[in-house]
Design a protein around this ligand. Structure first.
Ligand code: N01
Length: 563
């Protein structure tokens, strides 16, 4: 799309009269974008492309979001890099050369940094700056944000690309502040290398992050104590260098392939048998699982089409993994503790690992099942459970995030008439399409609650969201309107639909961050849209082509005067 410059869309430099240290001589931007991860960067690029002036704010010192903060040993993406990457520029996807099938954190960060430089986005971002509040001024019809540096800025549009998994959660364990050793969180890892050689290290948490860091720490720590509350299903990644043949396969048909994944439930392409477990003999079922296990990766769950839908198929897949755990882990008590038995495969996020179960055969690694012997407190030197003290030099929290709403609600957001978002969402988030919240005009979310984002390939979701938002802003320009809001009844209907779909899904069958149950006091509500990415995408497209059904537009005399 050709860049455009016109009075409505470009350079909306209203001379607003709000207080504060507006020392900055730059004109007020049309859009403020919060966050410079995959979502924020693409929003900056896309909105700039349609002729808007944009300004980004990022709490970190660099771009990358998740991949900036999660620098822990073993951090990598468990979606193939050829898929977990931007599709908006064919030149970029053809020219970038991934080294590994599943890229490690450092490689993904290099890629994001390359994108920021290549599309000239760095100069648009103010780093080391956290947005602490955002309010919609009904008189000016603009968003006014304030930063932790005490600055203010206003814009017509506010885009929250704050990341669905960006607010690290450290459980409030009694005595933590008295611990005299080092404390880490996987989601906010130091930038400098951390030496664990010869140390006694405790890891609390065995989700995707724990499962990735544990094998790495086990190689260097004197003792590694793993505190597990709930075991997870994990599939070996079988990671390795990206083969030239696989790279070629993607690159030769990237355009077609990227179109195809738009229709898929998770926005991820998996090679599957295409058959249900009912269509194959027990021997074929077993050999299908064996083949998928040998191939590795989260695609295991797609080996047969009915694993997620049919409890019997799910049990056979779960039994297969439990048998693998028993086969790999030599100590039967440890193996049994590592086997998930209380929920079906897929109810919690499936993990992907490199040598996770094998790690428990090492003599320096112990597993403490804190579902049986809960952690009671932390002393200056140890983590204590109901029946023992575990002396440690270091504690690593791999305890996850306040997902989807955490980073949004960390900003004091006030919409029209001063209504607080925190108050609106006190029973859990409600949005229209995960894109807007009624009463918060001209505020958009990227990969927000009520969208499918975190249930699949989040980069695919991000591109769809940002494209939808930019098309919407163009529509507003073409129809000479200035303000968009979600209609409360459309939001209520979407919310009911999100809940209804979630109720009939596997996700209700386990406690997880999907439901907010990892954060004390967070309302238990399924946070994403489980109806599938392809279905969601069609719905968003249909709404746009119907003239944005469920949204309300208006012309603003104030904004019109400033055009
Ligand atoms: O966090 P989690 P994560 N005492 O919430 C435990 C993405 N990701 O950072 O299950 C003891 O999954 C908690 O136990 P329980 C991915 O989407 C992707 O690992 O609540 N334990 C659980 O074991 C992923 O799903 C990648 O009983 C406590 C763990 O901490 C999401 O991020 C890599 C506790 C938290 O697991 C989050 O993953 C990494 C307590 N008080 C992350 N509190 C890849 O692409 C919590 N726990 C591979």
């Amino acid at each position: 799309m050709a860049a455009r410059s016109n009075k409505h869309l470009a350079g909306d430099a209203t001379n607003v009269n709000y207080t504060d240290s507006l020392k900055d001589i730059r004109p007020e931007p049309d859009a403020i974008i919060v966050g410079a991860g995959f979502g924020g960067l693409y929003a900056l690029h896309r909105l700039k492309q349609i002729g808007l002036s944009v300004e980004g704010f990022e709490a970190g010192a660099g771009v990358g979001g998740t991949w900036y903060w999660n620098r822990y040993p073993g951090a990598r993406c468990d979606i193939e890099s050829m898929q977990y990457s931007y599709s908006f520029s064919d030149k970029l996807q053809q020219e970038w050369k991934w080294q590994e099938k599943y890229a490690p954190q450092a490689e993904i960060l290099r890629y994001i940094e390359h994108v920021a430089e290549r599309f000239d986005l760095l100069k648009l971002i103010q780093f080391n700056t956290r947005i602490v509040s955002a309010s919609f001024d009904d008189n000016l019809e603009r968003w006014i944000v304030t930063t932790d540096r005490g600055e203010s800025k206003s814009a017509r549009y506010l885009i929250l690309a704050t990341g669905p998994l960006s607010t690290a959660n450290t459980p409030a364990i009694r005595g933590l502040d008295r611990f005299s050793g080092r404390i880490f969180h996987t989601g906010a890892w130091p930038h400098e290398p951390v030496d664990f050689i010869g140390r006694s290290v405790g890891v609390i948490g065995t989700g995707s992050s724990g499962i990735q860091i544990i094998p790495e720490l086990a190689q260097v720590a004197k003792d590694l104590i793993v505190f597990q509350r709930t075991p997870n299903f994990s599939i070996p990644s079988r990671n390795g260098p990206l083969t030239p043949a696989r790279e070629r396969m993607f690159k030769e048909r990237y355009k077609v392939f990227r179109e195809e994944i738009k229709r898929l439930p998770s926005g991820i392409f998996f090679e599957t048998t295409g058959k249900s477990t009912e269509e194959v003999s027990p021997e074929e079922r077993q050999s299908g699982f064996e083949e998928a296990w040998a191939k590795g990766g989260v695609g295991f769950v797609r080996t047969f089409t009915d694993i997620i839908l049919n409890p019997e198929a799910n049990t056979s897949a779960s039994d297969f993994i439990r048998a693998k755990i028993a086969e790999i882990v030599e100590n039967p008590t440890v193996a049994s503790a590592l086997q998930p038995k209380t929920y079906p495969l897929g109810a919690k996020r499936i993990c992907v690992d490199t040598g996770y179960y094998e790690t428990f055969n090492k003599s320096n690694v112990s597993l403490i099942d804190v579902s049986k012997t809960p952690i009671t407190h932390i002393t200056s030197k140890a983590v204590s459970t109901v029946d023992a003290d575990y002396p440690l030099d270091d504690i690593v929290f791999a305890t996850g995030f306040d997902a989807l709403t955490g980073a949004i609600l960390a900003i004091d957001i006030k919409g029209s008439a001063g209504r607080s978002l925190k108050d609106k969402w006190k029973e859990g988030p409600s949005t229209y399409l995960g894109l807007m919240a009624a009463g918060f005009p001209n505020m958009f979310m990227v990969a927000g609650p009520g969208s499918p984002s975190i249930l699949g390939n989040v980069v695919v979701s991000i591109e769809q969201h940002v494209d939808w938002i930019s098309a919407c802003l163009e529509y507003m320009h073409n129809h000479d309107v200035d303000v968009i809001d979600a209609k409360p009844d459309a939001e209520a209907q979407w919310d009911a639909h999100v809940n209804e779909v979630a109720q009939s899904s596997l996700f209700q069958q386990a406690d997880s961050w999907y439901l907010g149950s990892n954060i004390p006091g967070k309302p238990r509500k399924f946070l994403a849209y489980a109806g599938g990415y392809g279905v969601y995408r069609d719905k968003c497209a249909e709404i746009a082509s119907s003239g944005y059904e469920g949204f309300i537009f208006r012309k603003s005399p104030v904004l019109a005067a400033s055009n």
